[in-house]
Design a protein around this ligand. Structure first.
Ligand code: HEC
Length: 185
């Protein structure tokens, strides 16, 4: 068959005519390549399953992360324990943080106001350091307690928690009525 080069086809649309040339070789090879790729892909992932599917990859990665986490926790056991500080410098820093951020809702002496009284034995969210850190860090959006994770560092949160803890039992004037459950100290 003679190679058709620059031969006009017999149709014409709105004055536009078309040559009847062969497709360029690079285009045809690329097309064949996609077919070969498709076959290899199909055999690899769906017939012989020589490579893991997306779901299997996900499961494998999760399992690997699980193993890493277990190893990390085993290696660092005990080093994430937080505790109330009784250091004067921490309590002083905590007081500064409290007066700047918390006083408006919890009162100048922790007696409560918009927020609960922080000096009595009743707690809505618990009285362990972890409970304080959690409620201060994440807040209680629906009740109006602000999350502080963006504006206070972890250290500052522990300092202000320690300061609040130091206010326990101080019986300030105008104390707000108890809220939550009775907790042992
Ligand atoms: C805009 C008012 C507001 C500010 C500011 C605020 N709180 Fe609160 N806070 C609340 C309210 C309201 C609650 C009660 C949440 C609930 O009912 O679950 C609360 C609860 C708490 C609790 C839990 C008390 C319990 O009984 O379990 C702690 C601890 C606490 N706040 C500490 C802080 C600290 C520390 C700051 C400053 C860094 C702060 N709050 C600033 C309103 C505020």
């Amino acid at each position: 068959m003679a190679k058709k080069q620059d031969e006009l086809t017999d149709h014409e649309y709105d004055g536009i005519q078309e040559f009847d040339n062969d497709l360029p070789p690079w285009w045809i090879y690329l097309f064949y390549l996609t077919i070969v790729f498709g076959i290899i892909y199909l055999l690899n992932y769906h017939v012989f399953k020589t490579a893991p599917s997306q779901e299997e990859e996900y499961r494998l990665e999760m399992a690997a992360a699980e193993r890493q986490k277990a190893a990390f926790e085993a290696a660092n056991a005990g080093s994430f324990v937080v505790a109330f500080s009784t250091e004067a410098s921490d309590l002083e820093a905590g007081k500064g943080i409290y007066n700047a951020n918390c006083l408006a809702c919890h009162g100048a002496n922790g007696e409560g106001g918009v927020g609960p009284n922080l000096t009595d034995n009743y707690y809505i969210h618990g009285n362990k350091i972890e409970d304080y850190v959690k409620v201060i860090t994440y807040g209680v959006a629906e009740k109006g307690m602000i999350p502080w994770e963006k504006s206070l560092s972890k250290k500052q949160i522990i300092q202000v928690s320690s300061y609040i803890q130091s206010l326990y039992g101080t019986e300030p004037a105008n104390a707000k009525e108890p809220q939550g459950d009775l907790y042992e100290q």
